[in-house]
Design a protein around this ligand. Sequence first.
Ligand SMILES: [Mg+2]
Length: 124
Amino acid sequence: MTDPYDDETPREPLDLAGLQRRLAEFAAARDWQPYHTPKNLVAALSVEASELLEIFQWLTPEESTRVMDDPDTAHRVTDEVADVLAYLLQLCEVLGVDPLSALAAKIDRNEHRFPAGKPRPASP
Ligand SMILES: [Mg+2]
């Protein structure tokens, strides 16, 4: 599989806000915004997460740790990761959620809830 980014084309540095803007422009250019309701975006996010899960579904735990060793499987995983992130970023956009701030706040809470050196809880 050929990597479309494996060339000499100069690109702007990647950042979440820029990628969200490109996703919004992509949807707007195709008049897809009416379909990008929070409900539809959450459903699409769930479908894409399931497509990612499908790749791992019948692998043993050991096989799952080597999933990126096969170039075709690695490409499928990377493609589904992109789909999941695309819908998550679009959902954040329509809901007005800053994904990086939300993640930072969650990590802060988890560091407080689960101090290092303590036994792992049954269900975090
Ligand atoms: Mg997909």
